[in-house]
Design a protein around this ligand. Structure first.
Ligand code: ADP
Length: 617
């Protein structure tokens, strides 16, 4: 039912139906106006011609007037005779009245009794008194024409001697008129229907191309440009259809262009190493690229339509302020489950030609590494200054004391001089360490690689350490024992012997430095398929777990005072790490606090095959 109603509604709303209805109504109105005029005219003409058809002939009226003025006794008979002679089928009643209003003759035999009676009809009396004819149509159980004509004697028209009353039925006339009207009505209805049909055909011819264009417009709105509007003619509608087809092709082309532009932009956005966020003019995010989501560690639906300040975790700033200020800010993202990310965010406004701000673009650049480098550089400079200032301050103090007279004191002076010498050589060591680190940082430290049997190489270094303990008679010097678990297999590795010796020396020296007197230092060598691992364990005070990862950082010392007192620079392990990594190896430490530490050096190793042995020979 609803469907039917909707269909009916759309039918009545269509231009097609409207044109047909308007055309039909106009046609009907025209026909009706013409018809009304025509029937009116026809009716008038019919009445006039009927009127003249019943007009009493002059000869008869003269005869009647003569009889009325005659003195004959049988005048009435004569009058009736004339009336009856004159009577015909069209006339239903004739009455002759003299100028005294007395009925003198009648045509109806049934009304004979009325003869001699006075007539009661005012029209007749008026005609007798005025001498003017009266014509009127009356409805007396049917339509009749009544014509009352004066009868005048020959001496002039003013001499009215009576009147003749003629009543004639107009039934036929009216029947005719009705028939004509009916025919006219049917004809006009047929004409109206024909007109409606024709107007439907014509309006269909007009509206069909329009309907097709409407359908095409809907297809275009849905993104389908494949169909074309049919061109029926070369008139205005045909031209419009042609223009429409051209328009559709142009829209398709520009749509394709904007699609490919968008795809290109999408691909640029998604392959950018920077994060991009676009917002509307209220600061709510409308576009986000893959990299930005990566930085923010969020899913797209957690970002889209959210205020940009909230997305960037800026609680104290409103999104509006953020985008309108167009400032460049550094955002440190809440690390959550992963490492901290520092982003540089720059904002720019998107403006239309009119100057209206329609949104903004925020570009996020990952500056974590840069920031960390800057931080560590700052830290490094501050550390270097601090590390150099401490020995210099004590040097200054000792030199001042000597200058102020202590040099004369034979007991104090040598001690002071020894301390200044120690501090100076520590400073020189530190500067040398810094220089070799700087060389490695700049990549100018060349590697002088050679194949050596690591077992022989380590044994050679350890022999030196054993020799130091044996030959050093200084009772105050710390004693230690080196335990070797190296195995007898030759392990050929490619190393820069000077640098690798520096690494092992540093770890051995630390092991001795941080071990108790008489401690055992175990040096072990193990190997697997592609690595050889050298480990050096001591029984010293160990390293707290929290510091294990940091001891390879420059200037990091677990106990600063103790390290300095031992003449340490805090750079040894940092240099060791750089050297081992330059050999594509790895260095790390493990420790049991209070019980000792173990340092591991892992180096890439390729076991020698028999063929290699043969080559050697
Ligand atoms: P340092 O010149 O101070 O020894 P290193 O870079 O060689 O500098 O060592 C860094 C820090 O690591 C030391 O200050 C010390 O706190 C710790 N450390 C190194 N080796 C050992 C070890 N065998 N036992 C305990 N602590 C150690």
């Amino acid at each position: 039912m609803k469907k039917f109603k909707a269909r009916l509604n759309s039918t009545f709303n269509s231009i097609n139906t409207k044109i047909a209805i308007v055309f039909m109504l106009m046609l009907l109105a025209t026909i009706e106006v013409i018809g009304a005029y025509f029937t009116r005219q026809l009716e008038q003409n019919s009445i006039e011609s009927f009127q003249s058809s019943i007009q009493i002939q002059t000869i008869v009226s003269n005869q009647l007037a003569n009889q009325l003025t005659s003195d004959n006794k049988n005048t009435n008979d004569r009058l009736n005779q004339i009336v009856n002679d004159y009577n015909n089928d069209a006339i239903s009643e004739i009455i002759v009245v003299d100028n005294k209003d007395t009925i003198r003759a009648v045509s109806n035999l049934n009304d004979k009794s009325k003869i001699g009676q006075r007539i009661n009809n005012t029209d007749v009396k008026q005609v007798i008194s005025t001498g003017h004819q009266v014509n009127k149509v009356v409805d007396d159980h049917g339509n009749y024409m009544i014509q009352i004509s004066p009868l005048t004697s020959g001496n002039g028209s003013n001499n009215t001697v009576g009147a003749i009353y003629v009543k004639a039925s107009m039934q036929d006339v009216f029947n005719n008129l009705r028939q004509i009207s009916l025919t006219f009505l049917i004809a006009s209805l047929i004409a109206a229907l024909l007109g409606a049909f024709l107007s439907l055909v014509i309006s269909r011819a007009i509206t069909q191309p329009i309907e097709e264009m409407q359908k095409q417009a809907l297809h275009i709105a849905d993104g389908d440009y494949s169909s074309q509007v049919k061109i029926y003619s070369n008139d205005e509608l045909g031209q419009l259809a042609k223009a429409f087809n051209t328009l559709s092709v142009r829209i398709e082309r520009s749509q394709e262009e904007s699609d490919s532009e968008r795809r290109r932009l999408d691909s640029v956005l998604s392959h950018m190493s920077d994060g991009v966020l676009a917002t509307d003019r209220h600061g709510n995010v409308s576009v986000v690229n893959h990299m930005a989501l990566n930085f923010l560690n969020k899913k797209e639906d957690e970002v889209i339509n959210k205020p940009i300040a909230e997305v960037l975790g800026l609680k104290d700033t409103s999104s509006q302020d953020l985008i309108s200020s167009q400032k460049e800010i550094v955002v440190t993202l809440d690390p959550g489950t992963r490492d901290e990310i520092i982003l540089h965010a720059s904002f720019s406004l998107i403006k239309r030609v009119t100057g209206f701000v329609s949104g903004s673009v925020c570009v996020l650049h990952d500056v974590t590494e840069q920031q960390k480098n800057e931080d560590s550089q700052r830290q490094f400079v501050s550390n270097v200054s601090h590390e150099l200032r401490t020995p210099l301050t004590s040097l200054q103090a000792y030199i001042e004391a000597l200058n102020e007279g202590a040099w004369k004191d034979p007991e104090i002076a040598p001690k002071f001089l020894e301390v200044t010498q120690q501090e100076t050589s520590r400073m020189i060591r530190m500067i040398n360490d810094l220089l070799s680190l700087s060389r490695m940082d700049r990549g100018v430290s060349k590697m002088d690689l050679e194949f050596v049997n690591l077992n022989d190489f380590v044994n050679h270094i350890l022999n030196r350490f054993d020799m130091i303990v044996k030959t050093d008679k200084n009772k105050e010097k710390k004693k230690y024992t080196i335990k070797r678990e190296l195995g007898s297999q030759a392990l050929w590795v490619e190393i820069d012997t000077d640098k690798m010796m520096q690494v092992i020396d540093n770890i051995m020296n630390n092991a001795i430095k941080y071990s108790p007197d008489g401690g055992v230092i175990t040096v072990r060598m193990t190997q697997n398929q592609d690595h050889v691992i050298l480990s050096i364990s001591d029984q010293g005070l160990g390293i707290p777990r929290k510091d294990l990862g940091k001891i390879f950082d420059r200037f990091y010392r677990v106990d600063k005072a103790r390290s300095r007192a031992q003449g340490g620079t805090g750079l040894g392990l940092a240099i060791a790490k750089e050297i081992v990594e330059a050999h594509h190896g790895r260095i790390w430490a493990d420790s049991n606090e209070g019980k000792g530490s173990t340092f591991y050096i892992s180096l890439p190793y390729e076991p020698m095959t028999e063929e290699d042995d043969w080559d050697e020979v």
